[in-house]
Design a protein around this ligand. Structure first.
Ligand SMILES: C[S@@+](CC[C@H](N)C(=O)[O-])C[C@H]1O[C@@H](n2cnc3c(N)ncnc32)[C@H](O)[C@@H]1O
Length: 237
C-alpha cells in the first residue's frame, strides 16, 4: 500500500476505535452525517462497521463540495449495494436538515471554518454525538492580537500553531457550553498526520456554566478574536 494510503488507513482505524467508545449513543435506525467526506474512505468504513459487521441499520450521508468525487462515491455505494449510503454535493454551511433521526455528525479534516459549520449543525440538530478532527485552522491567525503575548505571536510558525490550538480550545469550550461532555484527545501520532486533535462530544442535559462562558468571552476579547462558531451560536459580539 502506498505511504499516503497507509496514513489514511491508520487514521480511519483510529477513528473507528474512538467511535467504539461512544457507539452506545448511536441508536439503530438513526442517521450519521459525514461533512467534508472527500473520497469517503471513512464514510464507507463506518457504513461497513455498523451495517455489515454489526448488523445495524444506520443511514449514512456524506457531503462534499466536489461533484466528481460525490458522483464517484454514489456509484461505488450503488455497486456495493449499500442502499443507505448516499452522497450529496453541497457546501457544509448550507446544509439544512429536518431529519430527527440524526444521531451523529463527523468531520475528518474538513477545512478551516467548515468544521465550525458542521459543529453548529450538530448542535442545532441536537445530535447526541459529534466527532471532529479539524484541520487548516487559519481563521484566527489573521485576527489574533495581544500586546502582552508578543512572545507567542512574533514568529509565524509559533503564531500559526498557537492560533490553531486557540481555535480548537474555543470550539471545545463552546460545545461544552451547549451541554456536551467534551473530550479533546490526540487523534493519531504526529508521524501520521500533524492534524491530530480529535474533539469528541456527547450530549448531556447539563446547563451552561456562566463562569465558563465569561472566561471564554474574556479570552476572545483579550485576543481580539471573532471566531465563526461563536458567531454562529451567539451572533456577532
Ligand atoms: C482534507 S479533505 C478530507 C476528506 C475526508 N474527510 C478524509 O479525511 O479523507 C477535506 C474535504 O472537505 C471538503 N470541503 C471543504 N470545505 C467544504 C465545505 N465548505 N463544504 C463541503 N465540503 C467541504 C473538500 O472538498 C475536501 O474533499
Amino acid at each position: 500500500m502506498p505511504a499516503h494510503r497507509q496514513k489514511k488507513f491508520r487514521q480511519i482505524n483510529k477513528f473507528l476505535e474512538m467511535l467504539r467508545d461512544v457507539e452506545e449513543y448511536i441508536p439503530d435506525n438513526s442517521v450519521i452525517i459525514d461533512m467534508g467526506c472527500g473520497k469517503s474512505y471513512l464514510t464507507f468504513a463506518i457504513y461497513h462497521y455498523f451495517n455489515i459487521l454489526n448488523n445495524k441499520n444506520i443511514e449514512i450521508r456524506g457531503y462534499d463540495l466536489k461533484k466528481d468525487v460525490v458522483d464517484y462515491c454514489n456509484s461505488l455505494a450503488d455497486k456495493f449495494g449499500f442502499n443507505d449510503l448516499k452522497f450529496y454535493c453541497e457546501d457544509i454551511a448550507d446544509i439544512e436538515n429536518k431529519d430527527e433521526r440524526i444521531s451523529m455528525i463527523i468531520t475528518l479534516h474538513a477545512c478551516d471554518t467548515a468544521t465550525d459549520y458542521a459543529i453548529y449543525h450538530g448542535i442545532r440538530w441536537g445530535c447526541k454525538v459529534m466527532m471532529n478532527v479539524p484541520c487548516c485552522q487559519h481563521e484566527l491567525f489573521s485576527q489574533i492580537k495581544n500586546d502582552k503575548m508578543d512572545i507567542m505571536l512574533e514568529h509565524g510558525i509559533i503564531k500559526e500553531r498557537f492560533s490553531a490550538l486557540m481555535t480548537d480550545a474555543i470550539r471545545a469550550r463552546l460545545i461544552e457550553l451547549m451541554g456536551y461532555d467534551v473530550k479533546v484527545m490526540e487523534f493519531i501520532d504526529m508521524e501520521h498526520t500533524p492534524k491530530n486533535i480529535m474533539i469528541r462530544s456527547v450530549k448531556t442535559d447539563k446547563k451552561p456554566d456562566e463562569h465558563k462562558k465569561a472566561e471564554l468571552e474574556a479570552l476572545i476579547k483579550e485576543y481580539e478574536l471573532n471566531p465563526t462558531l461563536y458567531k454562529l451560536l451567539y451572533g456577532n459580539k
